[in-house]
Write a protein that binds this ligand. Structure first.
Ligand SMILES: Cc1cc2nc3c(=O)[nH]c(=O)nc-3n(C[C@H](O)[C@H](O)[C@H](O)COP(=O)(O)O)c2cc1C
Length: 183
């Protein structure tokens, strides 16, 4: 596959199981995040890598967050399964910094680009990955339990693992309808 084919074929994979990337592969995935375009080099992100028994801890966090809002048994049961959607989750959050030339939206974009870079690295290494958010990404309890400042944002949960089935190739919208040329 050529580099441009690799980019054009990127897609998410929701059905993920063990094995997760090993430590060496994980280092490469995190290194990919560090290639994210970054105005003034602020590195305005943080990554919580959750795997193994960490998935149990993350489940307790999710349960606490959901129980704070509802007694609904099915919602609590759903939250109890979320962390186990994949053998590894990287929680990507911002680490906003005051900067005269770099507003927080630019820092949020950098953290988002880091997330995409990690997804691409996972795919390059033969794994599947899916970027998710949902209510738990906006939960102050989840932020607190992960040590994320309430002023920061959880950019997403990047679920990573081995694809359990081949993902059907998606057809993409034509770029022309989203593009204006001045030439
Ligand atoms: C910030 C962000 C949050 C997302 N949250 C979810 C989510 O919670 N659930 C979901 O099914 N897809 C979510 N998605 C979309 C998927 O990651 C994915 O892009 C989508 O399913 C389309 O598949 P594709 O990436 O193969 O094109 C999110 C994407 C982004 C950028």
């Amino acid at each position: 596959m050529t580099p441009i084919q690799f980019i054009l074929n990127r897609q998410s994979c929701a059905a993920l199981s063990a094995p997760a990337p090993n430590d060496e592969q994980l280092s490469a995935i995190l290194a990919a995040a560090m290639t994210s375009p970054d105005h003034a080099g602020l590195a305005p992100y943080h990554f919580h890598v959750v795997t193994g028994s960490g998935l149990d801890k993350l489940t307790q966090v999710y349960q606490k967050a959901v129980k704070a809002n509802t007694n609904n048994e099915s919602k609590i049961a759903k939250a109890s399964k979320m962390a186990y959607r994949a053998p590894m989750t990287i929680v990507v959050s911002t680490k906003f910094q005051e900067h005269a030339k770099v507003p927080v939206q630019e820092q949020l974009i950098t953290a988002g680009c880091a997330t995409l870079a990690m997804q691409m690295a996972c795919i390059a290494l033969g794994y599947g990955a899916m970027w998710r958010s949902g209510d738990l990404a906006y939960s102050d309890i989840v932020k607190q339990e992960l040590g994320i400042k309430l002023d920061d944002e959880i950019v997403g949960f990047l679920y990573i693992g081995t694809a359990t089935k081949a993902c059907a190739q998606k057809s993409r919208r034509p770029a022309e309808s989203h593009t204006t040329y001045w030439r």
